[in-house]
Ligand binder design. Sequence first.
Ligand code: CU
Length: 260
Amino acid sequence: MNSWRYSSSALSTAFFIFLSAAVVTWLLATGEGLRRPMIRATALAAAETLDLKGKVIFRGAAPDPVTLRMDNDRYCAGEHPGGVQLQLVEVSPQGGLRNVFVYIKQGAAGSVSSPPSDAVILDQKGCTYQPRVLGIQTGQRLKILNSDATLHNVHPLPKLNAEWNLSQPPKGLPLVKVFDQPEVMVRVMCNIHPWMRAYVGVVPHPYYAVTSGDGGFEIKNLPAGEYTVQAWHEKLGTQEAHVVVGHGQSNRMEFVFSPK
Ligand SMILES: [Cu+2]
């Protein structure tokens, strides 16, 4: 009896080893393992999360601001007598760069959560989009307001999501839209006011931020693991960095942009 038990157990062990070897061989052969997000299984098991904090710096001479004339719309021109000085490379006295979209490009897919119920707000105010750079999750509602007493036309120009083009009456009802596909960035324009621009970073997770006036950003509640982080700026392009979050590593990072 004992010998039968022993041999049965040995058979089970042998079968388990065979099955494990087959799975490993299949992963190696198909490259499936390589395509998995770069999250350490041990980190996820520990359910450790951290806030990834960082700063985006600009070194060099910022270009001259552009003067926007809004003369083709009396309301817009009246909101900005003398025009608008638009500085797209907006740098703080300490060198921090504003309006950089920073997001987890690789490594967060295993932690995808359903989109938050709160809508992201994009306002049209003073004939500009506010904010100019924003992030949103796939499936999350984008609520577009028109706070101006003039007609606007909201026209995103995506490459992966559906394009649409809708007029919005003066102080009209909000438009509510959703992006289905991750896309960094979706440019939004207004067919009536050619100076109007907004950029929407659509990501499948909540791990993104836009730098504030001092160039700082914070990506909250990031599971410990290894990540590729990308920083995007409208005029200065993109940069990527590999970071390890948790495991005793620093949760601070820095990007440095220079003139193009
Ligand atoms: Cu407009």
